[in-house]
Design a protein around this ligand. Structure first.
Ligand code: GDP
Ligand code: ZN
Length: 329
């Protein structure tokens, strides 16, 4: 789609529509620069911008003739993720768009790593076409053998896993190399060491959360913009300051595509007996057969079922929202 001054041209199979945008959508979502702007980004403060970006896939409601209203952003070209507005009363969403990479951060301990949360981060990344990079911090404290074994599962799936420590400097060059030239965001529970990593990775010390608060003059919990912090180095790249992120959510489309967000399921999809198989309880399910046969890791499959809302758990979107505690300070 193509937008100018509140009117957007949306190309559909039934032709071109001239669309306005739902007021609600405009209020709820704040996007960073588009993918095109990102490549030549000069100023790193990301301002609230159109909730719809050129190139987005949107859902429209035709209102007669060739006119319509944009109801929902279904997917964007680059990666994006949403965060809950700091104001719990408004319940607004903010979205940082144009992320190339999502970096889930887990500590070896303090806090203990719970990799169910990693599976959710990976689904967010997969559904929004961000490259995930798994970062393990505090490796100077030692890795439990169970953690080492679990990380092998993710490596085998093709996800890069970096072992770091800001205390010893281990892995920081590897991480830098993976971040170079890309726009990435570190995500993870409070206390895993995200700020420490930011400070170790950024060329200028102290470019961190505190400065964002000072810049907006309102304190971090009412920060309304997300900054992209330049990584320096010959290849450039940015780290998004995601201090305000309280929870990650998925839109309904992503929820529907959940099975495809597990790369190890993909060879089996479409071969279940039922066309609309959810791979939780149906007979002759190819995914469940692969779990039974050991081709698909059973713990990852259990994460999938939890996100699906099988097992008496809440459905994915709500569960993701309720992951708030994982981000609480
Ligand atoms: P954040 O909440 O994710 O930003 O985590 P912080 O960066 O504030 O770190 C939380 C705590 O973990 C602090 O006490 C840090 O000193 C400590 N920490 C961070 N990185 C490391 C590390 O690599 N090794 C060790 N031993 N401690 C670390
Ligand atoms: Zn199935």
């Amino acid at each position: 789609m193509d937008g100018s001054r509140g009117l957007y041209r949306v190309e559909t199979e039934e032709g071109s529509f001239s669309c306005t945008i739902r007021g609600r959508l405009r209020k709820e979502l704040v996007y960073a620069e588009s993918g095109a702007a990102r490549r030549s980004v000069r100023h790193v403060e990301v301002m609230p911008h159109d909730p719809v970006a050129v190139g987005d896939r949107v859902r429209i409601l035709p209102t007669g003739g060739a006119s319509g209203v944009i109801e929902q952003v279904v997917a964007r070209a680059g990666g994006a993720f949403s965060r809950r507005d700091p104001d719990p009363k408004s319940g607004n969403l903010r979205t940082v768009a144009g992320l190339d990479q999502l970096v889930p951060v887990f500590a070896t301990r303090d806090p203990e790593p719970h990799l169910g949360l990693l599976d959710r981060f990976l689904v967010v990344a997969e559904s929004q076409r961000m490259r995930p990079i798994i970062c393990i911090t505090k490796c100077d404290l030692g890795l439990a053998p169970e953690l080492v074994a679990r990380l092998e599962v993710y490596r085998a799936l093709g996800y890069p896993v970096v072992h770091t420590s800001v205390s010893t400097g281990e892995g920081l060059d590897d991480l830098r190399a993976l971040l170079a030239g890309k726009v990435s965001a570190l995500v993870g529970k409070s206390g895993v060491g995200k700020s420490s990593l930011l400070n170790a990775l950024l060329p200028e010390a102290d470019l961190r959360v505190g400065e964002v608060s000072a810049a907006t003059g309102k304190g971090r919990h009412t920060t309304t913009s997300t900054r992209l912090l330049p990584l320096g180095g010959s290849d450039g790249g940015y780290l998004a300051d995601t201090a305000g992120i309280r929870a990650l959510g998925l839109d309904r489309d992503a929820e529907r595509m959940l099975d495809a967000c597990f790369p190890e399921f993909r060879p089996h999809l479409g071969t279940c007996m039922l066309a609309d198989c959810t791979h939780t309880h149906e007979p002759e399910c190819a995914v469940r057969a692969a779990v039974a046969g050991g081709q698909v890791d059973a713990v990852r499959y259990a994460s999938y079922c939890r996100m699906r809302g099988y097992d008496g758990a809440t459905p994915l979107a709500e569960e993701m929202w309720d992951a708030d505690d994982d981000f609480a300070e």
